[in-house]
Write a new protein. Sequence first.
Length: 239
Amino acid sequence: MDHMTHQGHKAADPHAGHKMSEAHASHDRHAGHSVAMFRDKFWLSFALTIPVVAWSVDVQHWLGYRAPSFPASNLIAPILGTVVFVYGGLVFIRGAWRELADHKPGMMTLISLAITVAFGTSLAATFGLFEIEVWWELASLITIMVLGHWLEMRAISQASGALNALAAPLPDTAERVSGAETQTVPLSELHAGDVVLVRPRRKVVEFAGSHEADSRRIVNYRFGSNDAVMTCPRLLYQS
């Protein structure tokens, strides 16, 4: 069997991928989020926003209509607007708290600032401290932001599903070369710097980190008709 050794690769830090994964997780603004959660939040927030907008004095004035009046009808916007803020807006406030705790203010912080100021202003106006209230703007903003995050989470979920489908047929073992012997080992036992046997016209999957849970990408290595022996620059195995 004709062997070919690939040189010039330095073994990467075996803990680099783990450190990157930890850093990514600590700043992940979607931690604990799901497509179903944002879908449910959007539809309920949207349903509650409709009467808030319909009974808004500004909207009635702009569109030239008058909403039905009945006892406590003036409380429709404050009550439903508060429900939308609590139900649809708290997810952004929690996300902003995580961003600020990591000293990385971002989109969640910006959204939280906007809805918190709008809620405080509208609540103060309801109690007569201001003449301007923005309940309908508050409810509309939260609904639109929840819709945007629902679509974003759905796109992320679909992309993750495609990657999982790509990785599904990949093998669970690799042939590691130890001296003159070749040993079949589970992927979890591979380490940066290991020498692995690559069969002719096979694909090699390269890990971006130090263990199987890290991200990976497929790299095509063409060695002609012979087997090849190569040193892992990070983690490699054949398929």
